[in-house]
Write a protein that binds this ligand. Structure first.
Ligand code: PLP
Length: 354
């Protein structure tokens, strides 16, 4: 199979093999990873290594804490402003797609939202570069990679206010100045591991400042104090994330992931740019290296193309229901040979129908 799913998505084969083994016999304990206590040393070591690897990849010091929490990235749309934004304060948000819009909706429940930049005018097919963030904004929130629309920020927005970012779909695909961020969150199921857990990286100095009472489980501070073991974490999902991070490290870390991402993206967009039948719809400089969104010039052929993909073991190519068209997701674990197979099929289809 060639897996172009947008999420949950492809994982390295060796991670799957090891995770499968751990379901039967975790680390030679004779027990399944699914039946050991989260407060055992066994799981404690998994959690410690997972948190450590995140810090290593992101080159973070003691100012930042790493948590693995429940609820997916969607819960972070709510939990972030609950912890960071007071009722009478204003946070700046970039509206660059469906996920950013959802984050804005949740933030409005907790304080004022100033949408400082929006790409709505062009159906989110680009990333606006020139926009103004008032100095007194509590933070600036943006989505580093717009999974559905296929755009990606290739720079960190220049601002003096604390940065908050949803990195769900491009986390660990490239090195970044992660220490610049006050808060980073990412659902694991795109580029880190299995569904059911999200990664949260928070700068301690931004916490404990809002006046509202925060429910125990929602308070980042409580999770930090408990070493990300405040209640039962999604044990298996954390384990798979740890295995994937081990794999990333072994393969050469974020520098190597970036090299591969660039290689995949250049190869695939080059095909889209040269085959007349297929048309990328995103501004060239903002193209996502993770999710390529495109259309077929003759829309009536879309169904047939998707059927041919399926016949050839290529799955996950249909675009998100909100934008239609086609989307190819090229996450860390996708081998370039999958894209080569797809491009061969596209060439054939192009020659037949263009
Ligand atoms: C998938 C995705 C989400 C939603 O994640 P859930 O874990 O399903 O809540 C949020 N933001 C981005 C950028 C995503 O790609």
């Amino acid at each position: 199979m060639h897996n172009f799913n947008s999420g949950p998505s492809i994982l390295p084969q060796e991670v799957l093999t090891e995770a499968a083994e751990a379901i039967h016999n975790f680390n030679h304990t004779g027990l399944s990873i699914l039946e050991i206590g989260h407060r055992t040393n066994w799981f404690g070591e998994v959690m410690t290594e997972a948190r450590y690897l995140v810090k290593e990849f992101m080159q973070l010091g003691d100012d930042h804490e790493v948590l693995f929490l429940h609820g997916g990235a969607t819960a972070q749309f709510m939990q972030a402003p609950m912890n960071l934004l007071d009722t009478d304060e204003t946070a700046a948000y970039c509206d660059n797609g469906i996920w950013g819009s959802k984050a804005i909706k949740e933030a409005r429940l907790f304080g004022n939202v100033n949408v400082v930049s929006s790409s709505k005018d062009k159906k989110h097919t680009y990333i606006p570069k020139d926009f103004f963030v008032p100095e007194d904004s509590k933070y600036l929130h943006y989505t580093t990679n717009n999974t559905v629309e296929g755009t990606q920020w290739h720079h960190i927005p220049a601002t003096t206010v604390p940065l908050v970012a949803d990195m769900s779909s491009d986390i660990f695909s490239r090195p970044m100045e992660f220490s610049k961020f006050a808060l980073i969150y990412a659902g694991a199921q795109k580029n880190i591991g299995a569904a059911g857990v999200n990664l949260v990286v928070v700068k301690k100095e931004v916490l404990g400042k809002v006046k509202r009472p925060i429910p125990t489980i929602m308070d980042y501070g409580n999770h930090i104090e408990a070493g990300s073991l405040l209640n039962t974490p999604p044990v298996f999902a954390v384990y798979v994330s740890m295995l994937t991070m081990r794999w990333i490290k072994k393969e050469g870390g974020l520098e190597e992931m970036e090299k591969r991402s660039r290689q995949r993206a250049e190869f695939f967009y080059n095909a889209l740019d040269t085959l007349p039948l297929f048309k990328p719809i995103v501004a060239i400089e903002d193209r996502s290296w993770m999710n390529a969104v495109f259309i077929i010039e003759k829309p009536e052929l879309e169904k047939q193309f998707l059927e041919q993909c399926k016949e050839n073991g290529m799955i996950g190519i249909k675009g998100h229901r909100s934008v239609g068209g086609l989307r190819v997701s090229m996450y860390n674990a996708l081998p370039i040979c999958s894209l080569e197979a797809l491009v061969d099929l596209m060439k054939e289809f192009n020659n037949k129908f263009a």
